[in-house]
Design a binder for this molecule. Structure first.
Ligand code: PEP
Length: 258
């Protein structure tokens, strides 16, 4: 048994405008309420497009929802001549809890490397946000049997120069690239292997207390039909859910993983 609170986070990616966001969050909150969901036992978050944040905040505040929300990216800078970027301070002001950093789609389409991921993680922490640092190997790396060292190198790169206290409070998401949006889920054993290896790496870089505190999620084609077997694994502290999080009833089932 550990003291980590499981986190089920939905990554909407570039889907749902601010009207649709309101509808989806309402439906998610009602469904979880009907199921008498205990948010203190399992945290539920949605990571929404920037343009949805204000609407989601308004709804969460008005209805006193226990659901938390976050963004999918953040600038490495606080302010200045960075056209198109979003400051972590702006996110904090909108009541944001979490921010995904280094999602494989950002690494792939926006050339984010470990140094950028580290800078964004540091930036998020500086504004009091909780980074969800995404790591994981592409298919050819898995096929070459290099998935563990590849992923651990990403972890080490992302956490460079952070304190033990900062690392204890953040979230790492293991998302094998070949399992994202493909319908191919890693087996529960694959998820456990990497989540455990990440925790061992954190213990090596910091100490056992930090490793015991950091939450490590699995992501990649998680659905209500496979979530329970993944959540059953001792080092998996939650799930980062893409496609399936767009359907609030399905995501509520995933969040409850029974
Ligand atoms: C993701 O985008 O983080 C993800 C895991 O996507 P999907 O669940 O659709 O594979």
């Amino acid at each position: 048994a550990n003291t980590r609170t499981p986190l089920m986070a939905g990554n909407w990616k570039m889907n749902l405008d601010h009207h649709q966001a309101t509808h989806t969050v309402q439906k998610l909150a009602w469904t979880l309420k009907d199921a008498k969901h205990d948010y203190a036992a399992v945290e539920v978050a949605v990571l929404v497009p920037f343009t949805d944040l204000r609407s989601v905040q308004t709804l969460v505040d008005a209805d006193k929802l226990e659901l938390v929300y976050g963004a999918q990216d953040v600038s490495a800078h606080e302010s200045g001549a960075y056209t198109g970027e979003i400051s972590p301070l702006f996110l904090a002001k909108l009541g944001v809890t979490y921010v995904a950093v280094g999602h494989s789609e950002r690494r792939q389409y926006h050339a984010e490397d470990d140094a950028v991921v580290n800078a964004k993680t540091t930036s998020a922490l500086g504004a009091g946000l909780v980074p969800i640092v995404c790591v994981g190997e592409p298919l050819e790396v898995r096929e070459a049997g290099e998935h563990v060292p590849h992923t651990l190198a990403q972890v080490e790169g992302a956490l460079a120069d952070l304190t033990a206290e900062q690392v204890a409070g953040l979230v790492i998401a293991y998302e094998p690239v070949w399992a994202i949006g493909t319908g191919k889920t890693a087996t529960p054993e694959d998820a456990q292997e990497l989540c455990a290896a990440i925790r061992v790496k954190v213990a090596e870089l910091y100490d056992q207390a930090t490793a015991d505190a950091v939450r490590v999620l699995y992501g990649g084609s998680v659905k209500s039909s496979n979530v329970a077997s993944i959540m059953d694994k001792p080092d998996v502290d939650g799930a980062l859910v893409g496609g399936a999080s767009l359907d609030p009833e399905e995501f509520a089932k995933i969040a409850r993983y029974q």
